[in-house]
Design a protein around this ligand. Structure first.
Ligand SMILES: [Zn+2]
Ligand SMILES: [Zn+2]
Length: 339
């Protein structure tokens, strides 16, 4: 299925024939900040009295449980290694799969592999594919306007995590799913994830138990006693799952908050997006967010040699082994190819 057929035309937020996003003639030099970035009111569709317990509880509980990492007894080098490697690896479920593959269709993969990547994404407990994509596409359509579901121009806290905690009728309704994620709603796997509310949580818990059991099993195989195995299993659970989940959350949330407030602007986009080196580094390239808003369709956000985009390198790696196809190049290359 072509990309055009997958993404409703009205939602193709940066069609190739769009007016070029008024490129800064001196990218990287002029700060190109908006003349004023006014404070925004909460989106009108937000019901501020309606806390979403199904989000607030897991977010609170996982944060609290991750604090167990402060206990010296739960520290192991294996747990630390799993944390350090797990953030970029499991983060790809969000960056590569939810964002560039599902939300923007910047490349394509076979359906079975796409579903496998979605399961990897669910291991970061960020939302179902249909909900994540609905929110993100609305963000691009209404970026830093009042209807933006998570603009930090309301407040830093709102843009970072507050938006997750309250009902927003613009993003949490069947109409919204049909409007912004119609292509995904046509997939039985994604509909099932949507219709069975506990399925995502079950996948997350299953992967956590599996990793913890693998850690304990490895310790037993290495000759450790039962106490050492329990310690290793819990260390993997706390460092390799809970703390990693919290880190991936904050990296993703920082793309919504920090990169719409702090950093440099290479392009005069109509929003307040920024290129932020810290989020670029921690988020495997997702922090080059002004580049992304300038050209959301492109598979790469690396516009300079030092704007390292690990997510794009992962897409190229998938292409090298025959799994990724139809990789969308940058707007300039698309225009050159047409002329
Ligand atoms: Zn943005
Ligand atoms: Zn995007």
């Amino acid at each position: 299925m072509s990309r055009e057929a997958q993404i409703p035309a009205a939602l193709d937020v940066a069609p190739d024939n769009a007016v070029p996003a008024s490129s800064n003639p001196h990218p990287g030099h002029a700060a190109a900040a908006l003349p004023h970035a006014p404070r925004l009111a909460l989106p009108e569709a937000v019901v501020a009295r309606q806390l979403r317990w199904e989000y607030a509880l897991p977010i609170g509980l996982v944060h609290l449980a991750a604090l167990l990492a402060c206990l010296p007894w739960l520290f192991t080098w294996a747990g630390l290694l799993l944390f350090v490697l797990g953030v970029p690896l499991f983060g790809q479920g969000i960056n590569l799969c939810y964002h560039r593959l599902l939300a923007h269709r910047s490349f394509s993969v076979p359906p079975w592999f796409e579903h496998l990547l979605v399961i990897l994404a669910i291991c970061s407990l960020e939302d179902t594919p249909i909900r994540w994509v609905t929110t993100h596409r609305l963000h691009h359509v209404r970026s830093d306007e009042q209807r933006d579901p998570h603009s930090p121009l309301v407040s830093f806290f709102w843009g970072h995590v507050g938006w997750l905690l309250f009902l927003n009728r613009d993003t949490h309704s069947l109409t919204a799913f049909q409007t912004y994620a119609r292509d995904l709603a046509g997939d039985r796997f994604y509909r099932r994830l949507e219709s069975v509310p506990w399925l995502s949580l079950a996948i997350y818990v299953a992967h956590a138990l599996l990793l913890a059991a693998a850690g304990a099993g490895m310790m037993l195989l290495a000759g450790g006693d039962r106490n050492a195995a329990v310690q290793m299993g819990l260390s993997v659970l706390v460092w390799g799952v809970l703390l990693r989940t919290v880190a991936v959350w904050h990296v993703t949330w920082s793309v919504n908050s920090l990169t719409h407030l702090f950093g440099y602007r290479s392009y005069d986009t109509s929003d307040n997006s920024r290129n932020n080196w810290l989020v670029g580094l921690l988020g495997s390239g997702e922090g080059w967010h002004n580049n992304h808003h300038h050209d959301p369709t492109s598979a790469t956000v690396q516009h300079r040699w030092w704007e390292i985009d690990l997510t794009y390198y992962a897409i190229r790696l998938l292409a090298a082994v025959g799994l990724a196809k139809e990789i969308v190049p940058r707007r300039e290359q698309r225009a050159a190819a047409r002329s």
